[in-house]
Design a protein around this ligand. Structure first.
Ligand SMILES: [Zn+2]
Length: 271
């Protein structure tokens, strides 16, 4: 497996891989009987495509859970990327500023061979097809179904895989980490309904793993219902006033905490 001494790879279910870049950005690879599906692209310091091709010889499609900079890094390695209609125009955005900050301050393991932190940029992705609610991606012997789950971003989708029972939530469900409803694309009022959609998926299907862009595969889907209830209460004003906390590059954010759930938000997202 070609990890480039950069990616951490865990096969948390058969033919199902979580790939982590720099300890904080997750991508996924699902290998089916006829083709494979790569989800998200990290920040693109390594070659995610090379890694995927060292795991499977099958053709590999690519789909994005949403278009934030820390998910699109390696998507230029694919000729064609699937994305929610609301994210189509964002594919060609310039995401280099976010990753510049990272490469200049990174103190961890060495960058992959041939990587040049000075000239590094995130090249634009190439739009291939729209991926939205109701779509099914058949890999041969396993299928991923798609739901629109806005809240973190208007282009956020979630996918449920039926053979291993994997629920990919983008950045929506992050057990043990603050929910990011403070980012510029977030819409607080969308968050609760989307979590209820995920709760329903988990009620109607066997979910063995709840996955996100930033956390470890989580074996207990009941976390979703607790998150949904707390987010709805916070949106309804039941936990006022929020704490004001310093949140790094996000500045001062409003923090709500309870039921094992932490939410970061700000006035920008209250619309
Ligand atoms: Zn995000």
């Amino acid at each position: 497996m070609d990890t480039q001494n950069w990616y951490d790879v865990q096969e948390f279910a058969p033919d199902t891989y979580q790939v982590t870049e720099a300890g904080r950005w997750n991508m996924f690879l699902f290998v089916g009987g006829e083709k494979a599906l790569a989800l998200d692209g990290g920040i693109g310091v390594g070659s995610f495509r090379k890694l995927c091709e060292s795991i499977t010889d099958l053709p590999i499609d690519h789909v994005l859970t949403h278009t934030h900079w820390d998910h699109v890094g390696a998507i230029h390695e694919w000729d064609s990327v699937g994305v929610h209609p609301n994210g189509k125009e964002k594919l060609a955005g310039d995401y280099s500023a976010g990753c510049k900050d990272f490469v200049e301050n990174w103190k961890g393991r060495p960058f992959p061979e041939g990587f040049d932190p000075v000239t590094f940029t995130i090249p634009p992705g190439r739009f291939g097809r729209k991926v939205k609610e109701g779509d099914a991606i058949d890999l041969g012997g396993r299928t991923l179904r798609v739901w629109d789950t806005p809240g973190h971003s208007p282009c956020s989708i979630s996918l449920y895989e039926d053979r291993e029972g994997v629920l990919i939530t983008g950045d929506l469900v992050k057990p043990g980490q603050p929910l990011f409803i403070q980012v510029p694309t977030a819409v607080f009022s969308d968050y609760g309904p989307s979590l209820r959609v995920l709760e329903r998926i988990a009620a109607e299907n066997e979910v063995n793993w709840v996955c996100s862009g930033h956390t470890e595969p989580h074996p207990d889907p009941s976390v979703i219902g607790r998150m949904a209830a707390f987010v709805e209460e916070a949106w309804a004003g039941k936990h006022e006033p929020p704490k004001k906390v310093e949140a790094g590059k996000w500045g001062i954010v409003d923090e709500y905490e309870g039921s094992g759930v932490k939410v970061w938000t700000n006035d920008n997202a209250r619309r």
